[in-house]
Each structure stands twice: as C-alpha cells, then as structure tokens.
Design a protein around this ligand. Structure first.
Ligand code: NAI
Ligand SMILES: N[C@@H](CCC(=O)N[C@@H](CSC=O)C(=O)NCC(=O)O)C(=O)O
Ligand code: ZN
Ligand code: ZN
Length: 376
C-alpha cells in the first residue's frame, strides 16, 4: 500500500473552539503506532453528543478537536501487533472498546471497558498523543474515534471488522445512536412482553428505544416530545401513542400515571435534560417501574427526586452504548441489518458531503433530521 507508514494529508472538519462552526481543513494524519489502526472513513453520521461537545457542555471537552463517533470505513493500514483487522477490511470504530482483558470486560454485568478510558477522555490515543496535526498544531481525538475526517487512527481494541457486503452509508449508524437506544430497551431495561413503556425524546436514540420495546413485545409505547412533528415519523418505529408536555398544565408524570393506571413499567430519557429525567422516573409504576437514563446532561447538571420514589420501588438506571459489549455485538447488529431484522434506513433523513456538516448540526437542532449521513 503506497500510503502505509507515511502521513496522509486529507480533509477533516476541525472544531477549533466550542460554539464555533466546524471548519473543513487539510489535516495530516500520522501512520498508526503499535496496536493502532488507520481507517479511511467513508461515511459518518452526526449524533447529539457531537453537538453537546461542540456547544461546550462536555466536562471532558478539549479543543481543537476532530469530532464524530458514528462512522464506518475501510482499514488503510495497521500498526505492529494488530491482528483483529487488516488493510481492506470494512470496519466500525467503537467509542466503547472491548479489550477482553480488563475487569470490566471480564464481567458480564457491564460493557464499559476501561482499558483506554482515561486517555480517551483526554482526547488522546493510549500512548498519550494524537495522530492529527493541522497548521502545525496537534488536534485532539474525540471519543477514541474522530470520524469527521477522511482518515483517522484508533486503538485496535476500538474497532471491529464487519461483513464485506455492508453498505457503509447505512451501517455507520451502528457506531452509536441505534445500538444505544435498541440496547437500552433490550439489554439495560430488559423490557418484557405486554409491558407499558414511555420514551422522552423522539430523536434517533429515542426511536431506537421504541424499536427495542417493540421487539421485546411491549403493548404500549408512548412517545413524549415537545416537537409534534416527531409524532408521525415515530409510528414507523413502533410508537403507539404521543404526548406533548406543552399540551398539558399538570406535570407530565401525573398525566402519564393517569393514562396508565398507576404508571409505566419502563421509561427512557433520551433528551439529556435533568428535568425530563425526573419526570421519567416519577412516571414509573410504584413497586416495579424502571427508568433508564440514556440522554447525556450538560457538565455540572445534577438529577433530583424525592428518595420516597425509590423507597417505593421505582428503579433508576443508566446506559452507555445500550449495554452492548462492542467488538462482540456490533458485527452481529450489522448481520441483523443485512438480514432485515433491524431497521436502519428509516433513521436516515439526510445525506450530504463533508463541506455541509454544519448544516447537519443545524438540522438536528431544528428537529428536521433524525440522522444526517455525511459522505467523506
Ligand atoms: N448514553 C449513550 O450511550 C448515548 C447517549 N446519547 C444522548 O442521547 C440523547 C439523544 O440523542 P439524539 O437522539 O441523537 O438527539 P436528537 O437531538 O436527535 O433528539 C432529541 C429529541 O429530544 C426532544 N426534546 C428536547 N427537549 C425535550 C423535552 N423537554 N421533552 C421531551 N422531548 C424533548 C427533541 O425534540 C428531539 O426530538 C442526547 O442527550 C445524546 O447525547 C446519544 C448516544 C449514546
Ligand atoms: N464526557 C462526558 C460524558 C459523555 C457520555 O456520557 N458519553 C456516553 C456516550 S454518548 C454517545 O453519544 C458514554 O458512553 N459514556 C460512558 C463513558 O465512559 O464515557 C462527561 O465527562 O460527562
Ligand atoms: Zn453518539
Ligand atoms: Zn476491557
């Protein structure tokens, strides 16, 4: 391979500072070190967590940075000691890795591999440095993935090989939002047949929760959103009823408790707002209702409720990447998509080139998009 072992100059969307538009720049991407993989990113989608960091809400946000963590691509070259993938493989970068060696990976109770967590949180690869340079300055990595670049370098535990027949413009969604919501219902909450569920936030993550609830055989799936334009599209994902908190004077949890003869069996917060997190917990049925926090709240925010809510049997949980152990699970989710057992196409509302990436953020903020897929 002509580029192996050499730096590659390519286009990337660089975020120079919080709350500023991304700028398409020529960046230099250094070759992978030992146990690293350089990937040609072919497609990436934009997740609300990219916007959260761009807006300066991430306690771990470092700048300048190449954002993006919902991508798919092809391995360009690998560093010494890499055995899990080879040049030419189709792959998905994984923001929660799976080293299979740490205490977390060995436990069946969690997917939160901690092998590279501390360096990833500081915007660098496991050796403490970044592979991106622009205008002579080092540019940080994001969530171990940085998919808003034509080339990126990730740790070898942060990537999985997928089926050669995978359409990368679709399966890039399996890098974050869809597995997160789907797994929140199936793995974290473990929704059961015949149950009543409610979901706050009908973006891609909330709608993937709905898909998980439907797959689990839930009877009622109530969508809660302040944007009524979400209600029609949500039906495709299994949402059976809609509630707009703006249409009610009473707290929305009281409305839902009345609608459901005492409360929901399962609720999910997919907004990232501590007030909706409280509503979702308090809308749960006394004695057994389980509320799962999926949304990411801004730095400094804290949740509150009366402890009596928990004393009387409601359970508060949270999920990251839907509880999936990433290397083991993402290739299987790709197969489920290829075998038409998992919807992905319906989440894609927009396709655009890299130079329109700021428009993708705009469409997310106005609620016009579920997922905008960027072609690199
Ligand atoms: N825990 C995890 O592993 C992950 C968490 N996330 C988080 O999930 C959340 C959702 O992400 P996306 O679906 O990409 O975002 P999105 O922006 O596409 O969807 C958010 C939805 O929430 C609705 N909303 C806003 N305020 C509301 C309110 N007060 N009440 C009810 N609905 C309200 C919006 O109208 C929109 O439909 C974000 O906080 C994101 O950071 C995303 C991926 C993984
Ligand atoms: N960096 C933030 C926390 C951000 C966060 O919670 N990220 C989620 C994934 S959101 C994906 O779109 C996550 O997986 N968290 C687990 C983790 O280990 O980061 C902060 O510092 O609060
Ligand atoms: Zn995400
Ligand atoms: Zn691990």
């Amino acid at each position: 391979m002509a580029t192996q072992g050499k730096p590659i100059t390519c286009k990337a969307a660089v975020c120079w500072a919080p709350k500023t538009p991304l700028v398409i720049e020529d960046v230099e991407v250094a070759p992978p070190n030992a146990h690293e993989v350089r990937i040609q990113i072919i497609h990436t989608a934009v997740c609300h967590t990219d916007a959260y960091t761009l807006e300066g809400h991430d306690a771990e946000g470092v700048f300048p940075v190449v954002l993006g963590h919902e991508g798919a691509g092809i391995v360009e070259s690998v560093g010494e000691g890499v055995t899990c993938v080879k040049p030419g493989d189709k792959v998905i970068p994984l923001y929660i890795p799976q080293c299979k060696e740490c205490k977390f990976c060995k436990s069946p109770k969690t997917n939160l591999c901690q092998k590279v967590r501390s360096t990833q949180g500081r915007g660098v690869l496991p050796d403490g440095t970044t592979r991106f340079t622009c205008k002579g300055k080092p540019i940080y990595s994001f969530m171990g993935c940085s998919t808003f670049s034509q080339y990126t370098v990730v740790a070898d535990i942060s990537v999985c090989k997928i089926n050669d027949d995978s359409p990368l413009d679709k399966v890039c969604l399996l890098g974050c939002g869809v597995p997160t919501g789907y797994g929140a219902a199936l793995n974290t909450a473990q929704v059961d047949k015949g149950s009543n569920c409610a979901i706050w936030g009908l973006g891609a993550v909330g709608l993937a929760v709905a898909l998980g609830c439907k797959t689990a055989g839930a009877s009622r799936i109530i969508g809660v959103d302040i944007n009524p334009s979400k209600f029609e599209v949500a039906k495709k994902f299994g949402v059976t009823e809609f509630v707009n908190p703006k249409d009610h004077e009473k707290p929305i949890q009281d409305v839902l408790v009345e609608m459901t003869d005492g409360g929901l069996d399962y609720t999910f917060e997919c907004v990232g707002n501590v007030h909706t997190m409280r509503s979702a917990l308090e809308a749960c049925h006394k004695g057994w209702g389980v509320s799962t926090i999926v949304g990411v709240a801004a730095a400094g925010q804290e949740i509150a409720t009366r402890p009596f809510q928990l004393v009387t049997g409601r359970v508060w949980k949270g999920t990251a990447f839907g509880g999936w152990k990433s290397v083991d699970s993402v290739p299987k989710l790709v197969e489920d998509y290829l075998n038409k057992k998992l919807m992905l196409d319906e989440f894609i509302t927009h396709n655009m080139p890299l130079d329109q990436i700021n428009q993708a953020f705009h469409l997310m903020h106005t609620g016009e998009s579920l997922r905008a897929v960027i072609q690199l």
